[in-house]
Design a binder for this molecule. Structure first.
Ligand SMILES: Nc1ncnc2c1ncn2[C@@H]1O[C@H](COP(=O)(O)OP(=O)(O)OP(=O)(O)O)[C@@H](O)[C@H]1O
Length: 239
């Protein structure tokens, strides 16, 4: 499929099914993301949002369906290949190496493309990381760990970011800082696919919202449809 089909999507997920052993987690998921967009996957616990991100990143072993990124089919490719195409994944558990310093954590992932964010821009975006450069991963607050996890994927040069619940467990003031960072990334032309339970956080940032239920996208809303759809979304989320 050409990049310009499907409304000019850069990522198209079509009829995606995924399993953990015999247990099925995705039941024919369909959605797309256009270049420069921020799309949020919303839904209750266990709906399949994380599995969707992990499938795109090549981290779910058993799956079927299509995952097309910039004209290329990725569904049968390993994670290293997908990373080299410019997709990066920031998992919910953040994956900070406890025994390494902030600096060592930042320098760990391979640079996969030119245009990785230079360290001075990282510091401008995340001033805390400069102050904490020599601190061990274990000494960081939850917010600092999240900042480091995002900063680390920016270093790689990836321009398509998968963020899994970036605000989980964080204080409101830190949530605001993360929102500001994500807004800046959008302005810089990054494309983002984000899983988020915090609807109020996502509502300010996302261009479109895909509601996930039982391993499928059951409805999609644009930002300008949000006011009219808020009640419906709250029912979907059970809030
Ligand atoms: N490693 C795993 N092994 C077996 N089943 C899993 C595994 N990870 C997830 N599942 C199951 O797959 C389904 C989808 O889970 P997933 O984590 O994708 O949902 P989610 O929408 O991201 O929810 P959450 O916010 O709870 O992470 C759930 O039924 C979950 O129990």
């Amino acid at each position: 499929m050409s990049k310009l089909e499907n409304n000019g999507a850069i990522l198209t997920v079509a009829d995606l099914h995924a399993w953990y052993g015999e247990s099925k987690a995705l039941h024919g998921m369909n959605f797309h993301v256009k270049p420069g967009e921020l799309v949020t996957l919303l839904g209750r616990n266990g709906a399949g949002k994380t599995t969707a991100l992990r499938s795109i990143m090549g981290l779910v072993r058993r799956k079927s369906g299509a995952i097309r990124f910039a004209d290329e089919e990725l569904s049968h490719r390993p994670a290293e290949f997908i990373a080299r195409r410019g997709i990066a994944y920031c998992p919910e558990e953040r994956g900070i190496f406890a025994s390494l310093s902030v600096g060592e954590n930042l320098e760990l992932p391979p640079v996969i493309a030119t245009g990785g964010m230079p360290i001075d821009e990282i510091f401008a975006l995340f001033p805390n990381l400069k102050r904490r450069w020599s601190s061990q991963g274990t000494k960081l607050s939850g917010g600092e760990q999240q900042m480091l996890a995002i900063a680390r994927i920016l270093r790689t040069g990836a321009k398509f970011l998968l963020l899994d619940e970036p605000t989980e467990g964080l204080a409101p003031v830190i949530v605001q800082q993360i929102a500001a960072v994500i807004q800046r990334l959008k302005e810089q032309g990054y494309t983002l696919l984000m899983v988020e339970q915090n609807f109020r956080f996502a509502a300010k940032l996302a261009d479109r919202y895909c509601v996930v239920e039982h391993g499928r996208v059951v409805e999609t809303f644009r930002r300008d449809e949000l006011d009219a759809a808020t009640h419906k979304i709250e029912v979907y989320l059970g809030v």
